[in-house]
Write a protein that binds this ligand. Structure first.
Ligand SMILES: CC(C)(COP(=O)(O)OP(=O)(O)OC[C@H]1O[C@@H](n2cnc3c(N)ncnc32)[C@H](O)[C@@H]1OP(=O)(O)O)[C@@H](O)C(=O)NCCC(=O)NCCS
Length: 187
């Protein structure tokens, strides 16, 4: 038995199931705001105590939750979308809990749900102000840069999603099974 557990017992627990969906319940919304505070206030110090602003009054919140036995257990991802001008939608406050990053898809699926949802609601453009260290991540997900700006004292890039890559869908949730780090191709 101890041989079977060798190398396994020290490994951090990685849930095998996640759901990405529009946040509807008070539990989901509380977890969404708690995660945003954890990432943007405690971790990144972009805001001091609370990152909420006027956009929250009109934005659609989207969450990722890790699941245990098929039930959402903890909110580990967040993003919000809103229509800034007729047809022009914006995404903001994208965050994945540090323990759940780079598992392969959670951030990318939050972006997919955000852009495809807005597309389904009539978006003709979808924009975001992206922190510099994440520009490559967005480029790989079919976003292009429109220019560099300073936001909250930090360099950001105005970026636009290629809507052709994000077909409109009416789904309000997507299940992710066993996201795992994928082996990288070595040239
Ligand atoms: C940026 C963030 C949302 C990415 O979430 P994530 O769940 O780790 O991303 P994913 O696992 O979906 O990544 C998909 C792919 O992009 C890669 N990737 C992730 N972050 C990246 C980055 N900053 N730059 C380049 N590639 C990145 C992943 O390794 C993965 O690659 P693969 O397809 O070869 O396996 C997350 O790191 C985060 O919350 N950061 C702190 C808050 C933040 O910076 N918010 C964004 C403000 S613009």
């Amino acid at each position: 038995m101890s041989m079977m557990l060798e190398g396994v017992k020290d490994r951090p627990f990685i849930p095998t199931e996640y759901v990405v969906r529009l946040a509807r319940t008070p539990w989901e919304r509380a977890g969404y705001h708690a995660l945003r505070r954890e990432v943007f206030c405690t971790e990144q110090h972009v805001f001091s105590e609370d990152d909420q602003d006027a956009i929250d009054a009109v934005a659609i919140p989207i969450i990722a939750a890790c699941c245990i036995a098929g039930m959402p257990d903890r909110i580990v991802g967040a993003v919000r979308i809103h229509e800034a001008k007729p047809g022009v939608w914006r995404g903001s406050r994208l965050a994945v809990h540090a323990d759940h990053r780079k598992l392969g898809r959670i951030g990318a699926e939050l972006i997919r749900m955000a852009v495809s949802t807005a597309h389904g609601l009539g978006a003709t453009r979808f924009l975001a102000q992206v922190q510099e260290q994440n520009v490559l991540f967005f480029r790989r997900l079919h976003w292009k840069g429109l220019g560099v700006i300073t936001l909250h004292g930090l360099p950001h890039h105005d970026m636009q999603a290629d809507l052709a890559r994000y077909p409109a869908h009416g789904q309000d949730q997507i299940w992710l099974l066993r996201p795992q780090p994928r082996p990288r191709q070595v040239a």
